[in-house]
Design a protein around this ligand. Structure first.
Ligand code: COA
Ligand code: AMP
Length: 635
């Protein structure tokens, strides 16, 4: 017999407009849409055309109107600042957001303008995002682990009127002054934002630039609250930059209407949450998980969301997640498997779990990278609750594949994020672009159109959108993940098909790191590969070929390139290891054999590629990687 998932999945395919029109009834519109779906400008598909909406209104104001004003909306929990806990009810959050919208408006932000937010995990980051949305402006949050040049690249692309920042971030054992990085980014950027709003945290006092910088607290005292500005459903809500295959990041756009409907739908049907529940995504505002499941989706759905400024381990121990769950009555946690690998390493028998009341906790959701079967089993054994792997991307904003806990709970197959969600017509294509058979590995693709919530385009880069996602397989969106779908319809996501690697659930381009290494004056050529890591899944490792005649010590050059990556990309790259080699393995046409290097580094058996120019270099590569702890076995 069909289950609720089968019914929903089929309907979303056969009666797409009816399915998504019904889902849209669950959100508040200022004006209902004229058309659910518009393909008149295909492949730039649009949802809820003509509808007027505001994402901030749906996240906060509507809940105050509907009687949730006194319910906690946001709980800030910060072990990194002496275990600070601060709760904002929906009413308090609305008031803060309306006031900060007044600050932004006074700084010149209008509907459609961009606001770059470069902030640590403080409630003001959420306030800034929602306030931007309130004005119908477009936010672009930049993760705090990115360095000034990366921030400047995003400023140049988004051309914000205002940058919002804080005086510092707090990492275990050290403070990270943000303002000097912002000032440097202002210097580097060609497009200068007019204003910088600075939240002074007690840990660090940021130097202010007269005439440009605005103190958050002072401005809030003077500001007049501003109401929600209706925007078209098709107007952009945010831009989130993500690693592209070149050094230039891609500005992924998400619109207001489709994003709102899809995310709200997912809270009930994928995550099995009801309004009033407490939901925690242990991510960062700088990532898509932070946007979708820390800020927007839980608030759209009237849930309490947790903002956690801490780590899974070391703040103060591997029981940190259990403490937060117990203290705030969290029902569902969403995090990256890497966090659980870190906890498992510190507390293999989960002894610390016994100290906490986990009775309200129901489900663990994992995403950002594949959930390895060991981590899955460990979490299931100790939590004794469902552990749900699910797969999605910055571009999609909500899961492509999941075990839809609110519709039907399928048996878990380790290594699979279960099934394609309603709206996602997922398939696998072989090397020739033909549908692969069940169980055959190929490119995971989504038949167009994609459902609401997914990216309509890239910021100011329609051509790049087509080239990056739609050109390789006409009629399909290329996920750039390789995988398969088995006979039961279970999806398996195996590896990226581009140069992206996944470091602790963060997406990084090896090409971008190579660009930085190549800028070192002693480096003639280089390659970066993602090498297997027990905690972070993968870490980048560089191979350097030096220019003729360079006789400097290897250790000096390696520490310089490590420093360069930290300076130009940021600590988020987790780039700590490089090794000097005499030459790189290449095909006869000059293509670097990164796949073979990776296999050697991971101590996996490899075949000598028939196209290789000089097979004798492979043992050298193996020896060099062996010096830094990789490549333990010979082919
Ligand atoms: N601002 C500035 N620096 C930051 C930062 C921020 N917001 N976030 C991280 N960094 C720095 C860290 O301090 C670290 O610097 P270091 O090289 O000097 O130690 C570096 O960036 C890498 O950080 P991180 O990936 O967090 O590694 P870690 O070794 O500090 O912690 C884990 C390891 C597994 C605990 C951690 O990676 C983790 O919690 N991962 C969860 C990932 C996640 O939430 N992903 C989001 C998708 S769901
Ligand atoms: P991001 O856009 O940063 O969220 O990264 C998206 C990429 O992370 C995907 O394209 C996958 O390569 C990987 N990813 C995310 N979730 C999963 C998962 N559950 N299983 C396998 N890979 C995943």
């Amino acid at each position: 017999m069909d289950n609720a998932y089968d019914v929903a999945f089929r309907r979303a395919l056969r009666d797409r407009d009816g399915f998504w029109a019904e889902a849209a009834d669950d959100v508040r519109w200022f004006k209902r849409w004229d058309r659910v779906f518009d393909d008149s400008k295909a492949p730039f598909y649009r949802w809820y055309v003509g509808g007027l909406v505001n994402s901030c209104f749906n996240a906060v104001d509507r809940h105050v109107e509907e009687g949730r004003g006194d319910q906690p909306a946001l709980i800030y929990d910060s072990p990194l600042t002496g275990f600070t806990v601060k709760t904002f009810t929906f009413r308090e959050l609305r008031d803060q957001v309306a006031r900060f919208a007044g600050v932004l408006a006074a700084a010149g932000v209008n509907k459609g303008d961009r606001v770059v937010i470069y902030m640590p995990m403080v409630p003001e980051a959420v306030v800034a995002m929602l306030a931007t949305a309130r004005l119908g402006a477009v936010h672009s949050v930049v993760f705090g682990g990115f360095a000034a040049p990366e921030l400047a690249a995003r400023i140049d692309d988004a051309k914000p009127k205002v940058v919002v920042t804080a005086s510092c971030g707090v990492e275990p054992g050290r403070l990270i002054p943000y303002k000097p990085m912002v000032d440097e980014a202002f210097e580097i950027a060609k497009s200068k934002p007019g204003r910088c709003i600075v939240l002074q945290r007690p840990q660090v006092a940021a130097p202010m630039v007269k005439g440009r910088d605005i103190d958050w607290d002072e401005a809030m005292v003077k500001a007049k609250p501003v109401d929600c500005v209706p925007v078209l459903a098709t107007d952009p809500l945010y831009i989130l930059y993500t690693s592209g295959t070149t050094g230039t990041p891609k500005g992924v756009v998400h619109d207001n209407g489709g994003h709102l409907v899809a995310l709200k739908w997912s809270m009930r049907n994928v995550y099995d949450m009801a309004p009033g529940d407490t939901y925690w995504a242990a991510s960062d505002v700088g990532w898509v998980v932070g946007h979708s499941y820390m800020v927007y989706a839980p608030l759209f759905h009237g849930c309490t969301t947790i903002l956690y400024e801490g780590k899974p381990v070391g703040t103060p121990d591997a029981g940190a997640f259990w403490r937060v769950i117990a203290q705030h009555g969290v029902q569902a946690l969403f995090c990256a498997p890497t966090a659980f690998r870190a906890i498992k390493r510190e507390d293999p028998d989960a002894l610390l779990l016994k100290n906490y009341d986990m009775s309200r906790f129901r489900i663990l959701f994992l995403a950002g990278e594949r959930t390895d079967p060991d981590t899955l089993r460990w979490a299931e054994t100790h939590l004794k609750k469902p552990v749900i792997d699910h797969w999605w991307q910055t571009e999609t904003a909500w899961p492509i594949a999941a075990n839809p806990m609110g519709l039907h709970r399928f048996p878990v197959k380790p290594g699979s994020p279960t099934k394609a969600m309603p709206g996602w017509d997922l398939g696998v294509l072989d090397g020739e672009g033909k549908p692969a058979k069940a169980g055959e590995i190929g490119s995971l693709v989504v038949k167009l159109p994609m459902p609401p919530g997914s990216l309509p385009t890239l910021w100011n880069a329609d051509d790049r959108f087509i080239e990056a996602y739609l050109a390789d397989f006409p009629g399909y969106y290329k996920t750039a993940d390789a995988g398969m779908i088995d006979e039961d319809g279970y999806v398996y996501v195996m590896a990226r098909t581009d140069d992206i690697i996944n470091v602790a659930g963060h997406r990084l381009s090896t090409g971008a790191i190579e660009q930085v290494l190549a800028s070192h004056p002693n480096v003639a050529e280089c390659a970066v590969v993602g090498v297997r890591d027990a905690i972070k899944g993968e870490v980048p490792v560089g191979l350097l070929v030096l220019k003729a005649g360079v006789a400097r010590p290897e250790s000096d050059i390696v520490s310089e390139v490590v420093g360069l990556v930290r300076r130009d990309i940021g600590p988020v790259a987790a780039f700590k290891q490089a090794v000097v080699v005499a030459r790189l393995p290449k095909t006869r046409s000059g293509k670097i054999l990164r796949g073979t290097i990776k296999k050697i580094a991971d101590s996996e058996p490899y075949k000598v590629p028939p196209t290789i120019e000089d097979p004798a270099c492979l043992p050298e590569i193996s020896g060099a990687l062996g010096r830094i702890g990789y490549a333990r076995t010979e082919p």
